[in-house]
Ligand binder design. Structure first.
Ligand code: CTP
Length: 405
């Protein structure tokens, strides 16, 4: 199943102002179009010094606007026409000078005019600042930005790191994929606004010796998708991740662990601070009782090694039995190979949790899609096959409905 077109049906005005980060706007346009958005590029004159109008036209599949005097709109009022057709305006890069214009409510060119003319309740304005670190830190820039925010703009980034001028510091524009994710998040319903979520994800790795261990095929994708969906829905999210190679979703705090016991310790330290706990991790049930300090050698003399296994703590059940006041509302997953509904219901009772989300392990481990069966005291609900992010957003909605207010 391909990635969801999360900006399908959205009309975005992408504004470019003068700055070297204009080169990233090309890739950003491509990502927004790929996500299903209709992208109308508007460039200031300074932006055209950094990237060609032809490039932006080709990538967005529509002619670029650069002038307030453009006669294409029927009424000759490009700033009105473009702002009325937009679901959002994203200015990326937003230069220090452009932010100063916004702060003063000036309309010296088409882009600033349309920001001013947009229906403020319906068409949000997002700014992705990009500038030298000294310009970013300058009190005038910070004052202007604070004013733009007070007037309703939202700011994406900036990031920190190497700058085109050779200096290092704050003021880098976010990368294209980060900006796409910020924009997608901005359109999500805020089902979990003000809530805090702790989530476990991925497999655990139980050492046999320094180079070998017991693990499983969990990729962590479902748990990462839930962390992302919950953050997009307004929750503050802590993600405790086993050994996986996945990027941290935007606005998510991540704690990396390896073994089940490390995961247990991290979760027990965090759980009382969170209102909601979703355990998606495929925690190893057993670990070698006494891992070898050195690599076990196949030296010909020794017989095939054998291990004694001991049981790992059940993280979910332990959290679900914390005293009231320290206990988050708990959701467990059940990875089964058959008879999903029966096993999921048994786990609901055995673990003492409010909701169990069942899925068939072999059918989903490592894949981008899944299908879920929600089992709670009230009954069952199937979420049909979809990509994991779509399912995660749906699950977040279901959880928000069920959670105590
Ligand atoms: N879980 C946990 N700690 C463990 C084992 C499981 O927190 N030591 C959590 C999982 O993250 C999941 C739920 O418990 O949310 C069920 O996990 P699953 O592996 O399906 O079940 P088990 O409890 O291991 O039972 P079984 O192996 O018998 O199916």
């Amino acid at each position: 199943m391909s990635a969801p077109q999360e900006l399908e049906g959205r009309s975005i005005v992408l504004g470019l102002t003068g700055g070297i980060a204009c080169y990233k706007a090309a890739e950003l346009t491509r990502e927004l179009v790929r996500a299903g958005a209709r992208v109308q590029v508007v460039m200031t004159e300074a932006a055209t010094q950094f990237i060609g109008v032809v490039t932006m036209h080709a990538l967005s599949n529509r002619p670029v606007y650069t002038s307030a005097w453009d006669a294409r709109p029927d009424n000759s009022m490009a700033h009105i026409e473009l702002s009325r057709a937009a679901d959002a305006v994203l200015v990326a890069p937003a230069s220090a000078d452009f932010i100063a214009q916004l702060a003063q409510g000036r309309g010296g060119d088409l882009l600033s005019l349309l920001c001013l003319a947009r229906p403020i309740e319906r068409c949000p304005l997002f700014l992705a600042p990009a500038m030298n670190r000294e310009m970013w830190a300058h009190p005038a820039t910070q004052r202007n930005l604070a004013q733009a925010v007070a007037d309703g703009a939202r700011v994406f980034g900036p990031g920190s790191g190497d700058q085109a001028c050779g200096e290092v510091g704050d003021g880098r524009m976010l990368e294209a994929l980060e900006l796409r994710d910020e924009l997608v998040a901005a359109f999500q319903p805020r089902h979990l606004a003000g809530r805090s979520l702790l989530v476990t994800a991925g497999p655990t790795f139980e050492a046999i010796d320094p180079v070998r261990g017991i693990t499983n095929l969990s990729s962590g994708k479902m748990g990462f998708a839930i962390a992302r969906a919950a953050a997009d829905a307004g929750a503050s999210v802590t993600l405790v991740a086993g050994p996986v190679h996945l990027p941290t979703p935007r606005a998510v705090r991540r704690i990396d662990v390896t073994s089940a016991r490390e995961m247990f310790d991290a979760v027990m330290a965090e759980a009382p601070r969170h209102q909601l706990f979703v355990a998606t991790a495929a925690v190893a049930d057993w670990r070698p009782a006494a891992p070898n300090g050195h690599k076990i050698k196949k030296d010909g003399k020794q017989a095939v090694p054998s291990f004694q296994l001991v049981e790992n703590p059940d993280i979910l059940a332990t959290v679900a039995h914390l005293p009231a006041g320290q206990r988050p509302w708990c959701v467990g997953f059940a990875a089964e190979t058959e008879d999903l509904a029966r096993h999921a219901r048994a786990k609901l009772e055995r673990k003492g949790v409010a909701l169990i989300v069942g899925n068939l392990g072999p059918a989903t481990f490592g894949r981008d899609d899944n299908q879920l069966l929600l089992v709670d005291a009230a009954g069952e609900r199937a979420l049909p096959a979809a990509d994991k992010l779509t399912l995660a957003r749906e699950l977040v909605r279901e959880i928000a409905q069920r959670m105590p207010k």
